[in-house]
Structures are given as structure tokens and as C-alpha cells.
Unconditional design. Structure first.
Lengths: 197, 261
């Protein structure tokens, strides 16, 4: 009898769950379309290799799908950024011994097959160079630097995303800029059109 | 007050050029495909026939499968099958032909997810075929509440090792045991979270008990474990909460969930 009543209890939930699934699915579809480029870019700039970036991106959205009901509307981007930073951090720990130049298909080579000529190639080389420069930054500086300078988040948004004080974020940004500029000089790419930070 | 960004401050500098190149990094199509496949949707956005058919099959089949699974469970209840393994085999037989199609349908997502976990954590991927072989849970694995509920990462043994073939004939490879959909599990956990949010810790624990009975191989075991710790803590059962927390840290060392206590 207990089992039968349990079965009866369960039936409405089967019905309801279909709606939940459909709603979640539509919402997730929209979120993937809106935020996947940001997540993918962030993962790459935080050090995830190109060959693993698809999987890491999927992992970020799987986590979002599991936590969707906990994420307040409008906070999805912050949640995704924070998750991507954590996934990238975990990835770096796991793959510390691998280097960026181990990539099976470097960005520059892939761009070389593109029909559009020099500008694309230069662009791809610039991307590769950027990733190399970023890889020299300590993780904590790199996170803030990428989120501010490339992804366009404000200091307050970064502070919320990384659960740090705004002062700490500002300080890390300053240090990150210095390191970035110094590395570019060390690479022999420095120009004089920008004042030293 | 936000400082000016480098691309605004010195737009023609090498640094600005590099940063602009960084902003232009675009994900390949494969990133969308893999993500949508993992989430089990989004085919329309891609216009991919393969994905579209998978998703269509999902909605049509999901309802069919659920209906059949309920029938199977009902038959098990009516016939008084009290042994869990017996119920599994009974429902498995009723739904076997349709489930095999459904199993094919979810394989891609499952394998993709397993591959992702492998890529990110370096652990051995768990594939659908691994899960299909496993019908009887190994109770020795650490559980949330001390029951014999299996987890995704648990070791399993084939049913033939547990149930004697003299008592119950068993086919070599049976489909995975029927259980609720991911949406259903999300809804169940949502109820638990709401109970916790409204201060009904005991109700949350009761619901967690139902969750562990309903989902024998829960896909959201990590979240359920997380909620259990919270509920125990709020009920003042600190020793149990402490123990559950230690198990949580052991079972999910890479969890992205915040410290529950």
C-alpha cells in the first residue's frame, strides 16, 4: 500500500517535470547562445589549450545547468565567469606540465588555411602572442587583467565574480598591467606610444 | 571609479592591438555542438539535422519512455515484487526495446560529458556502456545517508553476480535501470532547496530520503549531498553533518560548490 501511494505521489511529478525540463532547456539554449563566446574566450585566455577548450566550455555550461535554479536572473554572466575561472584554474593544475606550444593546431596555423589573407594571419598571430604573454602572468593577476581589459567587466563586477574586495581587484589590475607591459618589453615588442603604467 | 582600459588609453599601442586580438577570439562551431549535445538541446540554433533529430527524439521518446517506465513500475508493485533487483529486471523487460533506443539517444551526451570530466579532472571517463552493464549497486561505496544507493563514480557489479540465475534468469546485458529524467531530478532538488530556504530542514531531509529512493543512480548526487549537509547542520546534528561533510570532500574533491558548512 505504501508503495502504491508512493507511486500515486510520483505521477504528478512526472507530469510537472516535463515542464521543468522544457523551461530549463529553453533557458539554457538562450544562455549558451548569449554567453558561449565569452566563456570560450575566457577559458582560452586563462590558459586552457585550444584542443581542450570545447570540453571545458561544455563543462562550464553543464555546471550552469545543474545550478540554474540557484542563479538569480541577470547574474548568469557573473556565474559563468566565476565558473570558467575555476574550471580553468583546475585545468591548469591538471595540465601544468603541458605547454601552450604543445597545441596540436596552433591558432596561427589554423588561420593560415583561411582564404582571407594577411590581416587574418596577423590577427591570429597576435592572438597567439597575447596568449603567450598572458601565460607569463601569475594566475591571480591574469584573472583580473583578462576580465577587465579583454572581457570588459567593471572592477565591481570582477570583485563580485572572484569574491574579492574591490581594493584587491584594483591592486591586482595595476600589478597585472605592469607585468603585461614588462613582458611585452621583454619580448622585444615595446613601443613608445603608450606611457609606462 | 574604474580606470581607463588600455585599448582606450593608448589605442595604437602594441598592447592595445594584442588585447583587441584577444577580444576577437571566436569559439569554433564544435564548441557549440559539444555544449548543446551535452545539454541535450539547442539543435534549432545550429540547424544541424543530426542534432535536430536527436532533440526531436528526446521529446517524443521522453514521454513515451516515462509512460512505459511508470507502467513497468506499477506492474512491479502490483505483483508484490519487493526485491529491488527484481523490480529493476521487471521494468527492464517491459521497457527493454524502447529503452535501448533511448540509451542510444543519450549515449552521445553521456560520452561527451564523460570526456569532458576526463579532460578537466584527468579521471577515468564513465561512459554509457559502463552504466549499462551495471545493474546492481555495490553497497560498500560511501553513501550520503548510509543506504545502498550507487553514485556515478561508484563501482558496480553485474546483476548476474548478485541474483542467482536459478532464481531469476538474467540476460547478459540489460538496459540501465529506469529512473526519472534530469528535469525531474532538478525539480526534486528544487523542492529540497526551497524547504531549506524556508527553514524546514526536517522536511528537506525527508525529501532527500525520497530522492535517494527515487533516483538510484542520481545525476545530481553531489548537489543532494551538499543539501544533506546543510539540513543536518540546521537541525543541530553537527556530528552527522561533520561526517557527511568529510565524505563530501572525499567524494567530490574538485567540487565547485561552496563549502556547505
Amino acid at each position: 500500500m505504501g508503495a502504491a501511494s508512493k507511486l500515486i505521489d510520483t505521477l504528478p511529478r512526472y507530469v510537472a517535470s516535463g515542464k521543468v525540463e522544457q523551461t530549463c532547456s529553453r533557458q539554457l539554449d538562450a544562455l549558451v547562445r548569449a554567453h558561449l563566446p565569452h566563456v570560450y574566450r575566457l577559458l582560452r585566455q586563462m590558459g586552457v589549450l585550444e584542443q581542450d577548450a570545447d570540453d571545458a566550455t561544455q563543462q562550464v555550461f553543464l555546471i550552469l545547468s545543474r545550478r540554474l535554479t540557484d542563479v538569480a536572473p541577470g547574474r548568469e554572466r557573473a556565474f559563468l565567469s566565476a565558473t570558467a575561472v575555476r574550471i580553468a584554474s583546475r585545468w591548469r593544475r591538471t595540465h601544468r606540465r603541458r605547454r601552450e606550444d604543445d597545441e596540436a593546431e596552433p591558432v596561427s596555423q589554423r588561420a593560415g588555411t583561411d582564404p582571407s589573407p594577411e590581416s587574418r594571419l596577423e590577427h591570429a598571430q597576435a592572438q597567439r602572442l597575447l596568449l603567450e604573454v598572458l601565460s607569463t602572468l601569475p594566475d591571480k593577476l591574469r584573472e583580473v587583467f583578462v576580465l577587465f581589459e579583454i572581457e570588459g567587466l567593471t572592477l565591481r563586477e570582477i570583485a563580485e565574480t572572484l569574491e574579492q574586495s574591490q581594493g584587491t581587484v584594483a591592486s591586482r589590475l595595476r600589478l597585472g598591467r605592469e607585468r603585461f607591459h614588462r613582458t611585452i618589453q621583454e619580448f622585444g615588442l615595446a613601443d613608445t606610444s603608450r606611457r609606462t603604467p | 571609479m574604474n580606470p581607463r582600459r588600455v585599448v582606450e588609453e593608448a589605442p595604437h599601442s602594441i598592447e592595445a592591438q594584442l588585447l583587441r586580438a584577444g577580444r576577437a577570439i571566436q569559439p569554433p562551431l564544435s564548441a557549440y555542438q559539444k555544449t548543446f549535445a551535452g545539454l541535450g538541446g539547442g539543435a534549432a540554433a545550429l540547424g544541424g539535422a543530426k542534432l535536430a533529430s536527436a532533440v526531436t527524439a528526446k521529446s517524443a521518446f521522453g514521454n513515451l519512455l516515462l509512460g512505459t517506465a511508470i507502467k513497468g513500475i506499477a506492474i512491479g508493485v502490483v505483483t508484490g515484487a519487493t526485491l529491488l533487483g527484481l523490480v529493476q529486471v521487471t521494468t527492464g523487460r517491459v521497457t527493454s526495446s524502447r529503452q535501448s533506443d533511448a540509451a542510444t539517444r543519450v549515449t552521445t551526451a553521456s560520452e561527451t560529458r564523460a570526456k569532458t570530466v576526463h579532460a578537466v579532472t584527468g579521471s577515468k571517463p564513465v561512459t554509457q556502456s559502463d552504466e549499462s552493464q551495471v545493474l546492481a549497486p555495490q553497497p560498500a561505496v560511501e553513501q550520503v545517508d548510509g543506504t545502498t544507493q550507487p553514485t556515478r563514480s561508484a563501482k558496480y557489479v553485474p546483476v548476474s553476480n548478485v541474483v542467482s540465475s536459478d532464481v531469476l534468469p538474467v540476460t547478459p546485458r540489460l538496459p540501465a535501470q529506469p529512473q526519472g529524467s534530469l528535469g525531474e531530478e532538478v525539480a526534486a532538488l528544487d523542492q529540497i532547496r526551497q524547504a531549506l530556504d524556508s527553514g524546514q530542514a526536517q522536511r528537506a531531509l525527508d525529501l532527500l530520503g525520497r530522492h535517494s529512493q527515487q533516483f538510484l543512480a542520481p545525476r545530481l548526487a553531489e548537489e543532494a549531498h551538499f543539501f544533506r549537509i546543510k539540513a543536518l547542520e540546521r537541525l543541530g546534528r553537527h556530528a552527522e553533518a561533520e561526517e557527511a561533510n568529510a565524505r563530501f570532500r572525499r567524494n567530490y574533491p574538485d567540487s565547485v560548490l561552496p563549502e556547505p558548512r
